[in-house]
Ligand binder design. Structure first.
Ligand SMILES: C[S@@+](CC[C@H](N)C(=O)[O-])C[C@H]1O[C@@H](n2cnc3c(N)ncnc32)[C@H](O)[C@@H]1O
Length: 306
């Protein structure tokens, strides 16, 4: 069969067809079969992701064909997300190390980072940023790369995630401006103040976790699960963020599909829901002052979660 396939383009096309036929899920960084097949072929051939398309006609050796087909096989049979097979994920135009110690980077917050968090910052001066629930470190590190004058703290509860985040800090040579801290949300951040807190916390409901495609089982459950309505972590963040934000600081937080539940719980809080190129993605922006104004209601809801 592989003798019928010859060029890079042949293998990308073949992989995409096999992935489609196998009914794979594309929720991890790449959103379609062709992009995943391209990523796996280029990885197996040790070629750059921005390979000039003229090389698409280049032919593979027998050994290379085997390497590519083995990767395709693992993607199909074991349902391992492509980024865990290659060890690399692209986020905000940057290449991060990615493995099962943390979620595959895929947050739409990348678009905000690339836009310098404007118009949301509204020209606020920023010195210190907190990436809460950092996982691989992608949001905080990308923020630091795009904003050379900002100091960024990365927080996660998971030692594994922090180990990966530290490897990514080293990969981008950011150790002077980015530090990784182990903490249960804000618990280890006493006395710290940030002009901007960005967070992509776990927000998947128990029911949704149970129904997730096989690919998600490779990701740490601590990064996904967040109670019956997906808001266990988000409510704690809303309750405690004012203590760690500067006076006119801003909280940006992703809650995905749990947006509806949050709006139902807190209809009076003026969350601004970000419009992305592809539409709304469950990411809100809220000012510290508005959290303080509704502190009692938020606290009652968060405390009830234990
Ligand atoms: C949805 S993942 C997001 C990772 C990363 N920010 C990203 O966008 O790829 C959520 C992260 O929150 C971390 N986490 C879960 N509970 C936490 C807690 N109580 N305190 C700090 N981090 C927590 C998980 O370990 C996981 O890395």
């Amino acid at each position: 069969m592989s003798s019928e396939l010859s060029t890079i383009i042949d293998f990308i096309r073949f992989g995409a067809s096999r992935f489609g036929a196998a009914g794979l899920t594309f929720g991890h960084s790449y959103d379609n079969a062709l992009d995943e097949a391209t990523q796996l072929v280029l990885h197996a051939l040790h070629l750059p992701h921005d390979l000039n398309p003229t090389f698409g006609q280049a032919r593979l050796t027998s050994e290379e064909k085997l390497d590519v087909l083995q990767l395709f096989e693992r993607r199909i049979e074991e349902r391992i997300p492509a980024c865990y097979l290659t060890g690399e994920a692209w986020f905000a135009g940057l290449s991060f190390l990615s493995d099962p110690r943390a979620l595959v980077p895929r947050s739409p917050i990348a678009e905000l980072i690339e836009a310098g968090y404007e118009p949301w910052l509204g020209g606020r001066e920023v010195h210190r940023v907190l990436d809460l629930c950092t996982g691989s470190g992608c949001i905080g590190i990308a923020t630091a790369v795009y904003q050379p004058n900002w100091q960024v703290d990365l927080v996660d509860l998971s030692e594994d995630a922090l180990a990966l985040a530290n490897e990514n800090i080293a990969r981008f040579q950011m150790d002077e401006r980015v530090q990784a801290i182990q903490s249960d949300l804000f618990a280890a951040l006493d006395g710290q103040r940030y002009e901007l807190i960005v967070s992509n916390p776990p927000y998947v409901t128990h029911d949704e976790v149970a129904a997730l495609p096989e690919e998600y089982a490779y990701e740490p459950e601590l990064g996904l699960r967040a109670g019956d309505d997906g808001l266990d972590l988000a409510l704690r963040i809303l309750r405690d963020a004012p203590n760690y934000l500067s006076d006119n600081g801003l909280l940006i937080c992703e809650v995905g599909e749990s947006e509806r539940a949050l709006v139902q719980l807190l209809p009076e809080v003026p969350f601004a829901w970000v419009e992305f190129k592809v539409g709304q993605m469950g990411i809100f922006v809220v000012e510290r002052g508005d959290l303080v104004a509704h502190a009692a209601t938020i606290k009652a809801l968060a405390d009830a979660r234990g």
